[in-house]
Unconditional design. Structure first.
Length: 219
């Protein structure tokens, strides 16, 4: 009997609220929704990690926050410090933005050490490296994926949601091919309905970042 592709969809979703003007009550509502619908995690700005921790408690819903967001241009030591603080306040996962300027300048060792420093600061927590795929060539996407894998990250992720475009099926396929079967691939940015979500999963995504999780579950 064929498996229902929608059955475990909630457990692939990071229920997301990263807009700059997000209010505490909106984050609290996000957390309550995550508990109600069984989402894997909430993905929120760092200043709300403690609040999310107080609402989610031992619900089983993970807390994900961002590092070097949304540009990725912070100094490495600043990113590492952000990661340490987020971990100390209760974050379970960290989504860091790649140093795009370093990648495009072909300073590949800097890209590597930037990610590796955050991996170390995360102290075993899952780290997702945001590539901002719409700003990269295919060869740069492949380079970024391979560096992230070598540096010890657990996931590569398409987008911040703040650039001109978000996740594309063809980018998910390329990222999956670049990292192989063991590493996670997160599709984020512009995923608004169940059809899009399932397309991303079929292309190789193992996690979805979206603010439309409830609509996606309801089809």
């Amino acid at each position: 009997m064929q498996k229902n592709p929608v059955a475990n969809l909630a457990q692939l979703i990071d229920h997301t609220l990263l807009k700059a003007e997000a209010r505490a009550e909106e984050v609290q509502q996000l957390c309550e929704e995550a508990k109600k619908y069984g989402f894997y995690s909430v993905c929120i700005q760092p200043s709300f990690v403690s609040l999310a921790q107080s609402v989610l408690g031992d619900s089983g819903v993970k807390i994900c926050t961002v590092v070097g967001f949304p540009l990725g241009a912070n100094e490495t030591q600043v990113k590492a410090f952000e990661a340490k603080v987020a971990a100390s306040e209760g974050a379970d996962e960290l989504d860091m933005v790649l140093n795009l300027g370093a990648l495009k300048s072909e300073k590949l060792e800097l890209v590597y050490t930037d990610i590796a420093a955050v991996v170390e600061a995360a102290q075993g927590r899952h780290l997702k490296v945001i590539l901002e795929t719409c700003l990269l060539s295919d060869s740069e996407k492949v380079q970024a994926c391979r560096i992230a894998e070598r540096a010890g990250a657990q996931f590569v992720k398409t987008s911040t949601g703040f650039a001109a475009e978000g996740a594309k099926v063809e980018d998910i396929r390329l990222m999956r091919q670049s990292v192989g079967p063991q590493m996670g691939v997160k599709a984020s940015g512009g995923i608004r309905n169940q059809h899009q979500a399932l397309e991303m999963i079929q292309a190789g995504a193992t996690r979805l970042g979206t603010s439309h999780g409830i609509a996606i579950l309801k089809g």
